[in-house]
Design a binder for this molecule. Structure first.
Ligand code: GDP
Ligand code: MG
Length: 292
């Protein structure tokens, strides 16, 4: 079976329950409100792992103060984020009337052409009759693929939503290893992405002996440069990772750059070297530096 994966925009007015829903979908608590050490344009809210698929949820910024319209700049930020996504979840609060903010979001989603799942959240707070009314009203907002009444807080409807979400994802690689679901530092995320890109290509030859050390992430107007080392234990493993004429490490860099660029929403350059550290897995200092 082919793996499917994608970036999914999490859209909705403040307080509709986006963070709660992200937690429910991921099945773990992600520190979605913790401030990041650096200001990033993109935020991975959660990585949702399924059987044969993976969805990377991104917060859709720009609707903090829904006014009569979006400024040009806000609209550009929103549209840029959507351009990097494969699908969107639009979240509504079932206990509130649909308002200007919701319509603004719906408008940008329509313009993006992405497949949209409409999520009517907090249905635990209203009667079935009221749910039906909200669903009817919501269905005029955007041409959605499916509509799910859920209670992100109590879990009702979340499993069905998860299943449906997987159906919107295109064929693609797992961008993050299983187990990654949290809000991590950029260095940690970069390390995970590079390691995953390497393992996808050499997992059979070099199963566990690959670690990635991110030495620096440099920011410039033209994008970011990630300087990292892939650490292996033997010269022969190094040979495999570098590949004939450096072909393997180029492919790994290319794949990792692509994922990081979508994640941060800006161009990414990489400078990745392969280093041999015999028995690094038993070396305490090394493990500390790698944060293992
Ligand atoms: P966000 O601003 O869209 O990320 O919204 P949050 O996830 O932070 O949720 C805002 C508030 O709504 C919090 O107090 C949540 O506990 C509450 N909330 C979220 N989902 C539900 C739900 O399904 N039912 C109820 N009753 N409350 C919810
Ligand atoms: Mg939130």
């Amino acid at each position: 079976m082919t793996f499917r994966s994608g970036f999914v925009a999490l859209a909705g007015r403040p307080n509709v329950g986006k963070s709660t829903l992200a937690n429910a979908l991921a099945g773990v608590h992600v520190a979605a409100v913790s401030p990041r050490p650096q200001t990033t344009r993109r935020r991975v809210t959660a990585v949702v792992h399924g059987e044969g698929w993976q969805a990377v949820l991104l917060d859709l910024p720009g609707f903090q103060r829904p006014a009569d319209g979006l400024t040009k700049r806000m609209q550009t930020t929103v549209d840029d984020t959507l351009a990097d996504c494969d699908a969107a979840l639009m979240v509504l609060n079932a206990t509130e009337a649909i308002g200007a903010g919701d319509r603004l979001i719906a408008e940008r989603l329509r313009a993006s052409g992405l497949p949209v799942i409409l999520v009517v959240n907090k249905v635990d707070q209203i009667t079935p009759d009221a749910i039906a009314r909200v669903v009817e009203e919501a269905s005029t907002l955007v041409d959605f693929r499916s509509l799910h009444p859920v209670s992100a807080l109590h879990g009702g409807g979340v499993e069905a939503l998860r299943d449906d979400l997987s159906g919107l994802l295109p064929e693609g690689p797992p961008y993050f290893p299983a187990g990654v679901a949290t809000d991590q530092t950029d260095e940690e995320i970069a390390g995970e992405i590079i390691r995953e890109a390497a393992l996808q290509r050499v997992r059979d030859e070099v199963p566990h002996a690959v670690a990635v050390q991110v030495d620096a992430i440099e920011r410039a107007r033209t994008g970011r440069t990630v300087r990292a080392a892939i650490i292996v234990e033997t010269e022969s493993q190094k040979g495999i990772l570098v590949g004939k004429g450096g072909q393997m490490i180029r492919h790994i860099g290319q794949a990792a750059r692509h994922t990081m660029a979508r994640y941060w929403g800006e161009p990414v350059h990489t400078d990745i070297v392969v280093k041999v550290r015999p028995k690094w897995r038993r070396d305490e200092t090394m493990l500390d530096r790698l944060g293992l």
